[in-house]
Design a protein around this ligand. Sequence first.
Ligand SMILES: *[C@@H]1O[C@H](CO)[C@@H](O)[C@H](O)[C@H]1NC(C)=O
Ligand SMILES: *[C@@H]1O[C@H](CO)[C@@H](O)[C@H](O)[C@H]1NC(C)=O
Ligand SMILES: *[C@@H]1O[C@H](CO)[C@@H](O)[C@H](O)[C@H]1NC(C)=O
Ligand SMILES: *[C@@H]1O[C@H](CO)[C@@H](O)[C@H](O)[C@H]1NC(C)=O
Ligand SMILES: *[C@@H]1O[C@H](CO)[C@@H](O)[C@H](O)[C@H]1NC(C)=O
Ligand SMILES: *[C@@H]1O[C@H](CO)[C@@H](O)[C@H](O)[C@H]1NC(C)=O
Length: 512
Amino acid sequence: MHLLAAFTVLLAAVAASGRRTTKRKIGERQLEAAKRWQTSNTQSQNVKRGGVQNITFTNSKASEFYVDGKSLPLVDFDVGPSWAGLLPISSNPNETRQLYFWFFPPGPEGSLDDLIFWTNGGPGCSSLEGLLQENGPFSWSWGQAKPTVNQQSWTNLSSVLWVEQPVGTGFSQGIPNAQNEDDVAAQLVGFMQQFLEVFSELKGKKLYLTGESYAGTYVPYIANYIYENPTLLDLSLQGIWISDPLMSWDVVQEQIPAVDFVNKYAGLFSFNQTYMNYLEKKAAVCNYTGYMDKYVTYPPTGLLPLPGDSVEFAPGCDVWDDIFYNALIINPAFDVYRIWDTYPILWDVLGFPGSFAQTQSPIYFNRRDVKKAIHAPVDTEWSECSNINVFPNGDNSLPPAFTVLPNVIEKNQRTVIVHGLADFILIADGYDFVFDPLSVYILTHWNDLQGFQTPIANDSFIVDGVGAYGTMHSERGLTYYEVALSGHMIPQFAPVAAFQIMQYLMGFRATP
Ligand SMILES: *[C@@H]1O[C@H](CO)[C@@H](O)[C@H](O)[C@H]1NC(C)=O
Ligand SMILES: *[C@@H]1O[C@H](CO)[C@@H](O)[C@H](O)[C@H]1NC(C)=O
Ligand SMILES: *[C@@H]1O[C@H](CO)[C@@H](O)[C@H](O)[C@H]1NC(C)=O
Ligand SMILES: *[C@@H]1O[C@H](CO)[C@@H](O)[C@H](O)[C@H]1NC(C)=O
Ligand SMILES: *[C@@H]1O[C@H](CO)[C@@H](O)[C@H](O)[C@H]1NC(C)=O
Ligand SMILES: *[C@@H]1O[C@H](CO)[C@@H](O)[C@H](O)[C@H]1NC(C)=O
């Protein structure tokens, strides 16, 4: 009797709670949550305020690059004034190599004293991806039927310059010939000199170099080149942002942490037990298992061994690729850039909505009217990631973590390294090793010490108005963030967090 009565009461409760949730109420909750995020930082007092920004350029050549923000094809709102086009990488009148850029002045709340430079990675991937899907003033992201205003645009902080580099990327012109990262830096600095001749009002600004993925290699080398050649550029470099950066050996950033990563997100991978057992065995044979517990200490106590006898994975030890291959068996939409994507693969106006290119859309930057509107070369076929190798003989530079990065951190006012926790192409846990004194692949000494002296604490990254959103650790000029619920492209997947991190980098807020 009692049991039956309790059961009836329970049923009634379930039915009632079912009824309590109406479509309208769910919608209201969602709106309320979205609003909380929208207003969390762009409206806060941390945003540096200024007057309405109205940059005018006195060099008459600048007007040739002017883009009318009211007439961008398929964009039904005014994105504001901007300047775009090709400029050569040197003053040599015979120079055939030109980089494509798109420059936006600061929005009403932004600073006129600063300039942010952004580059995507690849190598060979276009920074217009960043502009249109990550941190630009208008967004046309995966699955969106049409573009929208980006409330977390980095133009709300200051001027932003997106550049397609190195030569061979996007609309940029000329035959790629970079052999290493110093060549890339020399190209970019040469371009910047030409840019500052035309847009001379930007001379003397505080400069921030930012980028993601392979730009984790570009950006530290470009910064180092600028610091080592201080007379080349009339800009004052202040700091760098690198997100989901490639900056060490693949074995460190992909292989060692891969099986632990699968275990952490077991439900999302949904591998069967037989395969999990096989993976565990393989990780053990390859010396990946327990690597972190065994070797990573705070403060670091000594040099760490490589899992094998080389900086490459040993034969039979490519667990990363094994996981990727088998993830695609269960989930053919598996996205290495954000592990929880499933069918349907989203429509993408840039044709690259995840792990693989999709030819389902007319590519926005391949439309003739778009190319004309933004002064892009109409005969150049644009693709998000170049089909030609921008390093014809490979990139001969060592990863920056054990070459230039320590020097750059020491010279910067602030340095931020950011990583999305749901990124599988490069894995956040790999950085704990990078920051440790590994024998060959370390970010060695910076500011007199090796690695981080104290561990990264849980829930230590607090997004204003929202709360804990991953972890953050700051030591000796380097601030490292692990961002919750974000894949590889931080400004796309966690725009509010990205905006706050940029505010910190630029000195617009005191704390990370
Ligand atoms: C910006 O400058 C242009 C040219 O000097 C001027 O016509 C325009 O009114 C200005 N706009 C604002 C908002 O001040
Ligand atoms: C440019 O090319 C012309 C013709 O080939 C050559 O005579 C000239 O020296 C070159 N100028 C420079 C600065 O290389
Ligand atoms: C941020 O930028 C967007 C796009 O330009 C703009 O609509 C929005 O008003 C800006 N927000 C602030 C607080 O300036
Ligand atoms: C694992 O470490 C052991 C001991 O250092 C070594 O003998 C072995 O070759 C390593 N295995 C691989 C696959 O690198
Ligand atoms: C388990 O997963 C492996 C690897 O994908 C696959 O080869 C095998 O057929 C799967 N077994 C079952 C029962 O699904
Ligand atoms: C931090 O979080 C992890 C994962 O949730 C947990 O295993 C660990 O115990 C936590 N560390 C501390 C110091 O609480």
